[in-house]
Design a protein around this ligand. Structure first.
Ligand SMILES: Nc1ncnc2c1ncn2[C@@H]1O[C@H](COP(=O)(O)OP(=O)(O)OP(=O)(O)O)[C@@H](O)[C@H]1O
Length: 239
């Protein structure tokens, strides 16, 4: 579903005299349908940078990223804005670590929005949003409120509900259980497994070893010191 070739990222800090900050160099990486790929590595190794590059939030310095979109491998690097919007609406879902929402929009609408953008009617989108919010233990009294003042864990669960409301062929998850208790982390593990069983290619960062072991089909080591030929390991992690 995703093919990454020779991906290199160097940040240039223009407000710091143009200092160059190399993050990773020459990454080759494949994410397959129905598999969960875990990005693994030390803090600062570039996991989030890689995930953001897959969503085209960051522009790579060199290399290419392609995603299977409408049945064809489509370049993300260098894609026109219109193509990127289409890819994000139909093919790639992204659950960032923190919820970013428009003020004064009710939680139920925040969660339902990705379905509404795909033309699903309000009633159906709200029903699906309510199911997910219930599953993730967000009390019903909060559904009509904007999530801006919710606790960190509540906001993260709203973000997860929003990410899982569409059956995206590719789902990118940036530490989706970081602020969650065990009960809610277990719900997220279930949601990931269900998505994977439907054929979604999941790519995620999970700091919690228990969660990681519960969902990983393969682990991709992101390591800024690595040699080019040891970039990819296809370690099967026991369920
Ligand atoms: N927008 C940016 N501008 C400049 N440097 C950045 C930017 N984003 C990330 N970096 C740098 O890139 C490096 C990798 O950061 P990244 O967040 O990808 O690491 P990570 O592996 O996800 O770390 P962690 O596990 O701590 O979240 C860091 O040194 C960071 O300072």
């Amino acid at each position: 579903m995703i093919e990454v070739q020779g991906l290199t990222k160097v940040f240039t800090l223009h407000n710091q005299g143009g200092i160059k900050l190399p993050v990773f160099d020459g990454i080759d990486f494949v994410a397959k349908q129905g598999e969960c790929t875990v990005l693994f590595g030390e803090s600062g190794s570039g996991k989030s940078t890689l995930l953001r590059s897959l969503y085209a939030n960051y522009l790579p310095t060199s290399g290419s990223i392609a995603v299977r979109h409408r049945g064809e491998m489509t370049a993300i690097t260098g894609a026109a804005s219109q193509t990127l919007l289409e890819i994000r609406r139909e093919t790639i879902g992204y659950v960032s670590q923190f919820l970013r929402v428009i003020p004064r929009v009710a939680t139920l609408d925040v969660v339902a929005q990705p379905l509404r953008e795909r033309g699903v009617n309000v009633a159906t989108a709200h029903t699906k949003a309510a199911e997910l919010l219930e599953q993730l233990h967000i009390p019903e009294r909060l559904w009509s409120l904007p999530p801006g003042t919710f606790s960190g864990g509540e906001q993260q669960r709203v973000n997860i509900a929003r990410g899982f409301i569409v059956d995206y062929p590719v789902l990118l998850l940036d530490e989706p259980t970081a602020s969650l208790d065990q009960r809610n982390a277990a719900v997220v593990v279930d949601l990931i497994r269900q998505a994977r069983n439907r054929g979604t290619a999941v790519v995620g960062i999970f700091h919690d070893a228990e969660v990681r072991d519960a969902v990983a089909d393969q682990i991709f080591h992101v390591n800024s010191d690595r040699q080019a030929d040891s970039l990819f390991t296809d370690e099967r992690v026991p369920a």
